[in-house]
Design a protein. Structure first.
Length: 175
């Protein structure tokens, strides 16, 4: 984990058997936010209207064209908190942290990589070189003396591949 591994970044990472982050990586943010957007006023100002063909009483639940009913709001909130609690307690189980402790660490709080180690959210801190060495050690492979890392400094639109012309490769440690 490099610069930021909070919220979605931590959600993706925490299931790994071993976690390493830079000492200052923003880590954690085990929290959740969810809601409905009602864009009807904006659509009205823009002269945009919508029509729906539906089947069933909840077919337009979550539509951005109206407020949710009280029942829809309650169902949505229940589903949201069920999902959040599943994530919270899965982090606790996988990281070997008590449920009480993980609740104190969560609720959107962020930690540096160093603090995340102290709190049990990750295993250790280090840079990319340390991560490659640790991976080799865990795999029972020879220590890596040199690695190359390619980056694409200006990738352009998301559909534009990073070409060999724009790709930058660095070898470390430097020769």
């Amino acid at each position: 984990m490099v610069d930021v591994a909070a919220s979605g970044g931590y959600s993706i990472s925490y299931k790994a058997r071993h976690l390493m982050a830079n000492p200052l990586t923003v880590t954690g943010s085990i929290g959740s936010i969810n809601g409905f957007f009602n864009m009807r006023g904006l659509y009205d100002k823009l002269g945009v209207s919508k029509s729906f063909v539906t089947r069933g009483p909840s077919a337009t639940m979550g539509s951005d064209y109206r407020e949710p009913t009280a029942e829809e709001q309650a169902r949505h909130a229940d589903a949201h908190w069920i999902g959040f609690n599943e994530w919270l307690y899965d982090v606790a189980e996988r990281r070997g942290i008590s449920e009480e402790r993980i609740e104190r660490l969560a609720m959107g709080r962020v930690w540096t990589g160093r603090q995340a180690v102290e709190n049990g959210l990750i295993d250790r801190t280090g840079d990319l070189r340390d991560a490659v060495r640790w991976a080799a050690e865990l795999a029972g492979a020879r220590p890596v003396r040199r690695c190359a890392r390619s980056t694409c400094p200006n990738p352009g639109p998301s559909w534009s591949p990073c070409s060999a012309r724009t790709r930058r490769t660095r070898t470390w440690p430097p020769p």
